[in-house]
Design a protein around this ligand. Structure first.
Ligand code: FAD
Length: 295
């Protein structure tokens, strides 16, 4: 089912993100993660694409197919284009189609020092247009509540977002954020621009201080004092940091859902324990929203 249709059926969509095993590891290493996630009955699972296309396309196809055909969960295949040509992308689209994968998160990818920029695709809009012509896919795109790091400001970034939606993106997933007010401010601006597609909030529970520092330096997210205190207080106690990180993420999620946000996308970091803990604590909240829609 197309993800945009999931939003027609449900008031609130809850999904997970996983990343594929390393190129040198067999696909089976992901089975434990998927076994742990499937019982939580996510609405869909998205699979990341290696930075700047570093993982070969067939891993994304293989893993998306596994999620769809073995675990009977809707997959969303991430696809970056910054260093790919049309033939390469066409082969991936064909393989995804052959495996009944219907949803693609169309991304440009990061421009790293060594990235050879494609003549065919220098931004996500071009990929979205190309996938749209290759009929048969639901298209999602990324959005940035605090503006993309290369954008001059949020206003300019939202102009680009409008082009992404006009090019064919039917659904948006946000960059992770730790301050819900940034997300609400973004939603207001997007609404003022007249964008009317479902937007899911991307939430990442902190489990590792270094990892968060790296991510924040890459994407420039605002880190509230409350969050800094948690990282500093428990950075040397893995278990306490994990539990405090889960509690912080849950607090964010309950607030987002109660404010009427249409979807939560959990960056699971392939850790079913974290996804399970969060799911246990918010499943009644999610069910309450979706029951209300049915009655
Ligand atoms: P774009 O939408 O192309 O935007 C990139 C920059 O170019 C922005 O500053 C934008 O404002 C500007 N821009 C775009 N189009 C135009 C235009 N027409 N005119 C002027 N300016 C323009 N990376 C991976 O490598 N693998 C993944 O699996 C992955 N998954 C992600 C999932 C989510 C939910 C998010 C939020 C990000 C993900 N990323 C992933 C990171 C992403 O690749 C980077 O953030 C990348 O730098 C931008 O990708 P984009 O698709 O948003 O690019």
């Amino acid at each position: 089912m197309r993800i945009s249709n999931l939003f027609k059926e449900k008031e609130l969509v809850f999904s997970f993100e996983i990343f594929p095993p390393k190129v040198t590891s067999p696909i089976e290493t992901i089975y434990d993660t998927l076994e742990g996630l499937k019982d939580l009955k996510p609405d869909y699972i998205s699979v990341t694409y290696g930075a700047a296309g570093s993982s070969p396309g067939n891993k994304i196809c293989e893993l998306s197919s596994l999620i769809k055909n073995k675990y009977d969960i809707e997959p969303l295949a991430h696809l970056t284009c910054i260093n790919s040509n049309k033939d390469f992308i066409k082969n991936i689209l064909d393989e995804l189609k052959e495996n009944n994968v219907e949803n693609i998160l169309a991304l440009r990818g990061d421009v790293l020092g060594e990235t050879k920029i494609s003549k065919d695709f220098n931004n996500a809009c071009k990929l979205i247009e190309y996938i749209k012509k290759n009929k048969g896919f639901g298209i999602s795109a990324a959005c940035y509540p605090e503006g993309h790091i290369e954008s001059k400001n949020l206003k300019e970034d939202i102009e680009v977002l409008k082009v992404k939606v006009e090019s064919g993106a039917e659904h948006l997933i946000s960059q992770l954020f730790f301050d819900n007010n940034c997300f609400y401010n973004f939603l207001d601006k997007v609404e003022q621009k007249g964008l009317n597609v479902p937007i899911q909030a991307g939430i990442m529970p902190v489990t590792n201080k270094k990892q968060i520092e790296r991510i924040v330096s890459l994407c420039g997210s605002n880190v509230p004092l409350k969050f800094i205190k948690i990282m500093e207080k428990y950075e040397h106690d893995k278990e306490a940091l994990r539990d405090a990180g889960i509690a912080y993420a849950m607090d964010q999620i309950v607030d987002l859902i109660s404010t009427g946000v249409r979807g939560i996308h959990l960056y699971t970091m392939n850790n079913p324990y974290i996804a399970r803990k969060i799911n246990e604590n918010i499943s009644s909240v999610i069910n309450s929203i979706n029951r209300k829609q049915v009655s």
